[in-house]
Design a protein around this ligand. Sequence first.
Ligand code: FES
Length: 909
Amino acid sequence: MVTIYLNGKPFEVEEGQTLLAACLSLGFNIPYFCWHPALHSVGSCRLCAVKQFRDEKDTRGRIVMSCVTEVCDGLRVSLDDPEVREFRASVLEWLMINHPHDCPVCDEGGECHLQDMTVMTGHVYRRYRYKKNTYYNQDLGPFIHHEMNRCIQCYRCVRYYRDYAGGRDLNVYGVHNKLYFGRFESGVLQSPFSGNLVEVCPTGVFTDKTHRRHFTRKWDLQTAPSVCVHCGLGCNTIPGERYGTLRRIRNRYNGQVNGYFLCDRGRFGYEFVNSDLRIRQPLIRNDAGELEACSLDRALEHLAHLLNDSTDTIGIGSPRASLESNFALSELVGPERFSAGIPRNELELVNLAVDILSKGPAPSASLLDAEKSDAVLVLGEDLINTAPRLALAVRQSILQEAERVIAKRDVPRWNDRGFRLVAEHAKGPVFLATPWATALDDIARDVFRGAPFDIARVAAAVARDLDDTAPEVHDLTAREREWAAKVADALKKAERPLVVSGISCGDPSVLQAAANLAKALAAIGQPCRIALVVPECNTIGVGLLGGLSLEHAMGDEQPQGRDLAIVMENDLYRRLSRTNVDGFFARSKHLVVVDHLMHETAQQAELVLPAATFAEGAGTMVNSEGRGQRFFRVLSPTEHIRDSWHHFRDPIVLAGRSGVDSRDNLDTLLQAVADRYVLLEGVTRIAPNAQFRAVHQRIPRQSHRYSGRTAMHANMSVHEPKPPEDKDSPLSFSMEGYSGMAPSSLIPRFWAPGWNSIQSLNKFQSEIAGSLVGGDPGIRLLDKPDGGSVSYFSEAVPESQEREDQWLLVPLHHLFGSEELSVLSPGIRQLTPDPYVGMSSEDADSLGIKEGTIVSLDAQGLQVQRPVRIRPDIPRSILAWPVGLPGEEPVELPQWVTVTLRQSDSGEA
Ligand code: FES
């Protein structure tokens, strides 16, 4: 720690940081543009000026930029010297010479960093009277709206897009005094993290195009803390609502999880909440065999009646439903009749992942841990498509080597330009073993391509190289041996090695090999971490609850079907083949579906109950790190739409079951979960309970500037309605309440006096880019006090396989398209590919197949026609099978299949 003097007063601050970061951490306001906590300092905008004095006798001082001045003992600075104030105002004036001053029609208006800085610097009068530079705006695709005239040339966008996120198609082009930030030509931004430009840009150049369609000013949005539902990472989000529709998603900073950034699926996948497919009222099948609307009372009575009459009820839960809803369904039908809603092969993988995380040799890695790792091995995961935010974290991990190098030289970390020059030549080791090329290949030190069993073999070879008690691997090729030795060497030298794997390629041997590798590292004393990718937002949560596989629940050993099947938040047609699901429905007497989307499964039901989405609901999810996180409703509940768990409570009471009638809110239900499951014992501590009050007040979901409250519903009633009550949280659906610093898990929005943009986050962090005040949200549930297992997870190493006339179908995931909910957003649907099958160039050549040729695949359980996409990066004898695309039937993967490829009658696509 060092002592610095700000405006004559002493302050203790951490060494090694910039004066700007130190001042912001201490709560002082200094204006800035080009500096960003995740992008560090380039000192280009000159707005963060302060006056530095040599010593206490120095009265003249000199103006310095606080973002490129490192704190040191005795540093004396004035933050608001008149000369400094004048300097800043003049800088702002010339930065805004060409700015159109179009705040009233700008999407950024009201949450614009440029507006805030203009007010902060005191630049109030526009003297420039001449023609301004104007620019052509590009169409950047469905997510980002471009308005170049507002640019103040801070360079944050290109620094984020290129240096941080690794994008290549956005750049700055300059002629004379004109700078242009955009693509070489109009077109969809290629980076899956392009949405962060909306928050990185300090003004309205890059704004949310999806939000434009139903635009609402920030202060008019009702907001609440939430968690992304579009993959297993559990990034923290802030959804915004107005007039009963969800308007946008913003990043909610969590220092351990998503930090400052989200992926585009998470940011723009929200529109399913407003979809026409939403189930908004209970439906019951009438005598004519059609689903018709009915009252909630009638629907719940019908469910209670079915429950009472049934002697054989099965409850099918879901990895996209909350812990509470899955638990309530399990209570309703009995734990032995509860299914996790996952097919058998996938459930085995999920259970294995839960075992590795809860009993394995290495603690799970948060995204921050991944970012700070100094050697990374990825086994079998195409991270950009299966866990995109983790891919962004792994991309940052290569900078650890540069940090090590600059620590030895006289280059401070905050000096981004100097740091990037070093980082050009000092990249940390990332090794990728995947079936085909991925978007992280450009940072990889070496890649290995192979089928999942080959990946497991080579990972086992690495483990064996590290620890000679690890299972032995036979018949490795020279290339595999060399690759394994190189990876082992890098992992051995690392201080914070990380093994990343997951269930996306569908092969348990890959997961086992990852766990064995972590064990081998532990055996040689390396403090390794492990990150396992799972597909859905609560896959780990439902795995912890336990439950039958789908096939088991659907009675594969009981061909007569079930009396009553209750399917919760799960479209079974996305999980199992049509034949299986149709057969199950035909054999079952009664089918009840509780969900928010009218999918094919819901269309078959006798009774449909409308469930809440994440936006209308509240609950808990466990992410792939094993972090329990709470989400809160942002839309006020309507008469019919309720959390699934809430729907189950009334029938239980009506059916006369005891012990649950007092569970009328989330807290009592969570307490029951904690009492029942040892590993979930911490769930009650994730967030303050519903009784919590900050200075006797609830925390308001509406900002203190929320407008139109008395007029919004005047077409129905001129009386201002009483705000809805929320029994499940300490948040209120109103403007009134506690406006100070809420506990981190309850922060509904980031705002501070004078800071209307997302930059206000500075005021909520204990230190810049550190944790939120009071600690980051969520609780790690699977940490092992005893250090975990001491034995290898599996002694078996798979054999290498090659089969005459057979192909290995391997699942391929698409960021846009493979996830059920986000694909209902029009922008994401636009970027979703049509079904195809991927094939290696060599195989295509040998079969005489050209790009786009339609081929027929006759494989076990699968007879389809697909156009071929030829990819040189796919190994021979492997077919890449895109999973989860709309309309696609699920196939058990990977599987060896006998495939007849023949040109169809329809010829070329
Ligand atoms: Fe310091 Fe831009 S923020 S020069």
